[in-house]
Every structure is written in structure tokens, then in C-alpha cells.
Design a protein around this ligand. Structure first.
Ligand code: ADP
Length: 308
């Protein structure tokens, strides 16, 4: 099977999907260069999973064009999927099989010879930090191990592009860091990653570029640092405590922008010195001074309202 072979691993143009008379993906466009990591961010219901499913040919779009490398999706989806790996949101490993049997069975779906799969398994388990666990039953693996095994499974066909739907949700910090290291190694080897995540630190560390979706619309797209520079003042001072909102509103002029949420006041500023001086005179208040982050961009663009 030929590699996807293209400067851009994925091109999405004017993608549209309707459910129940509502555009859940409302004409979005983005391009993912080969060998990079691209993030799809957005609150619940923004249309991320629908977008991924359309790119994989699992959901039929109502409009637009998708190219996965040289393949047209959905027309050539079956052929394209031979070159693609998928890490779904929920682990769907087969509990009746061992770790290596899970990889073997999955590899057979791609029509790969058993001998080839068996030759790949030790290297993939090593890569996933599961060396020596060939015979482990799925129930005996921790959540982090299962995620890593799912990642190893997604690599069984040596894919060019790997789609990951919330790859570290539910993992402890150690397990997340290990997954991040492995994902970075994959892009260093020239693989293309397309992931969804709710973790802004994850997106900031892993993604070369990312898009923020909201209500089916792409609200911004770019490199994490570019987005922070474009949307947010560089310095943030968070002041918290019962008296913080009242205190903050009376010092509104000390920052370019002030937002109050619950008992926290967020001052967004270019020069924090006058605000920090004022805080030095208010020892009862607690505060944190930090650089602007992707989370600030996300909240500014998609709001603070809960989405269920
Ligand atoms: P996200 O992954 O960003 O949370 P989804 O793509 O899962 O968002 O969902 C976007 C919207 O589309 C949601 O309002 C969801 O309820 C709706 N939706 C998704 N799949 C279907 C479906 N098969 N039938 C009807 N509505 C759907």
C-alpha cells in the first residue's frame, strides 16, 4: 500500500455536517502539514468528534471536501484507512485477549500477515512502555497501560497519520507525560498527529498548530504562541478571595482588561507593575502572576459558560 505521500497529510475545506436541521459542523477549513501535530479544541458539543469521524470516512459530510494525503474522503476512505491509525476516546481493547493478542487481531483487520504482525509486536510494546507484557490480560493493566496499548495497537499498520480523540483523558500526571513523550517521538519520525483535547497544557506542548471550534464554527487557527500573542495581553494576574471582585472592580484602570468569574478577578495587562504595587498594599488578597496561556485564549473565544 502506497504511503499517503503528500506535503499536506490532511486538507479539510468547507466541511459541513447537519443533524436534526442544525449545522453541527458549519463549513470549516484547515490544513495539516505532514509530520506535524494538529489539535482540535472546543467545548463539549463543538463538533470535534464529528469532524474527526468525517475525516476518517465514518460519518458522511453534507458538504465540503476532505483529502487525506492523496485520498478523497469519503470516496477512497477504505484505502486511506490502511495508512491511518486511530486512538478512540474510550479504550475498546478486547478483554478476552492478552496484550499481544489484541495487537495480532487488530493487525489482521488490515490484512497484514501474522508473521509480520508478530515481528512488530515486541517493538510496539517496548515503544508503549509495555515491554515484557505480551501475555498480560487486559484486566490486569492500569488505565495508563491500556491507553498505551491502544496507542501501540494504532501503530500496528505503521500508519502515516494518527487520529487521537482525547488521548490522555482520565490519566494521572505521570501517565500523561509518558504519552506526551511518545507522541513527540512519533512526529519526530515524520508521523502526522491529529488530536482532540480538553487540556490546554497538552495542546500547548504537543501541537504545532491548532484550531478552536465552537458551535460548529472554527473560531481561530494557528500555532499556540501565535494565538496567545494575537488574542491575549501577555501578562495575567489572578486575584482571588471573597473581597477580590470588589477590590478588582475598583482598580479596573490598572489593566487593559478585567474579567471577574466567581471569587477570582483576572487582570490581563501589558505592564503588571502598577497592579502588583497595588496588591502589595492589600496583603489580605491572594494573587498569582503568570504569563498568558492558551487557556486564556480558549476562555476568551468560547466563554465561561458550562456546556453539557
Ligand atoms: P464534540 O466532540 O466537540 O463534543 P460532537 O461532534 O460529538 O462534539 O457533537 C457535536 C453536536 O452534534 C452535538 O450537539 C451532538 O449532540 C450532535 N451529534 C453528534 N452526533 C450526532 C448524531 N449521530 N445524531 C444527532 N446529533 C449528533
Amino acid at each position: 500500500m502506497a504511503a499517503l505521500n503528500s506535503a499536506d497529510a490532511l486538507q479539510v475545506s468547507g466541511l459541513r455536517k447537519r443533524y436534526d436541521d442544525r449545522d453541527v459542523v458549519a463549513g470549516i477549513s484547515f490544513t495539516v502539514p505532514t509530520g506535524t501535530c494538529f489539535g482540535l479544541l472546543g467545548p463539549n458539543g463543538a463538533g470535534k468528534t464529528t469532524t474527526l469521524r468525517c475525516c476518517l470516512g465514518l460519518t458522511r459530510p453534507d458538504g465540503g471536501k476532505i483529502n487525506l494525503g492523496a485520498y478523497d474522503i469519503p470516496a477512497d476512505a477504505e484505502a486511506a484507512r490502511q495508512r491511518v491509525g486511530v486512538v478512540p476516546q474510550l479504550d475498546n481493547l478486547d478483554p478476552d485477549f492478552t496484550a499481544s493478542e489484541n495487537l495480532l487481531v487488530y493487525g489482521r483487520y488490515f490484512g497484514i500477515a501474522d508473521a509480520t504482525i508478530r515481528a512488530r509486536i515486541p517493538g510496539l510494546l517496548d515503544f508503549a512502555g509495555l515491554g515484557g507484557r505480551e501475555k498480560a490480560r487486559i484486566q490486569t493493566l492500569s488505565g495508563g497501560m491500556k491507553r498505551r496499548l491502544t496507542l501501540a495497537r494504532a501503530l500496528i499498520n505503521d500508519p502515516d497519520v494518527i487520529f487521537l480523540d482525547e488521548p490522555t483523558t482520565g490519566l494521572d500526571p505521570q501517565a500523561r507525560h509518558l504519552i506526551w513523550e511518545r507522541l513527540k517521538q512519533l512526529t519526530a519520525r515524520g508521523k502526522t498527529l491529529i488530536l482532540t483535547t480538553h487540556f490546554m497544557d497538552e495542546a500547548e506542548r504537543l501541537c504545532n498548530r491548532l484550531a478552536v471550534l465552537d458551535n460548529g464554527h472554527l473560531v481561530t487557527e494557528g500555532a499556540p504562541r501565535e494565538l496567545i500573542a494575537a488574542h491575549i495581553e501577555p501578562q495575567v494576574v489572578e486575584v482571588f478571595g471573597d473581597d477580590a471582585p470588589r477590590w478588582a472592580r475598583s482598580r479596573n484602570g490598572l489593566a487593559e482588561r478585567l474579567e471577574v468569574a466567581g471569587d477570582t478577578a483576572f487582570f490581563y495587562c501589558r505592564d503588571p507593575a502598577p497592579l502588583l504595587a497595588a496588591l502589595a498594599d492589600a496583603p489580605a488578597l491572594r494573587y498569582m502572576h503568570r504569563a498568558a496561556s492558551l487557556e486564556d485564549v480558549f476562555i476568551k473565544l468560547t466563554g465561561r459558560e458550562l456546556r453539557d
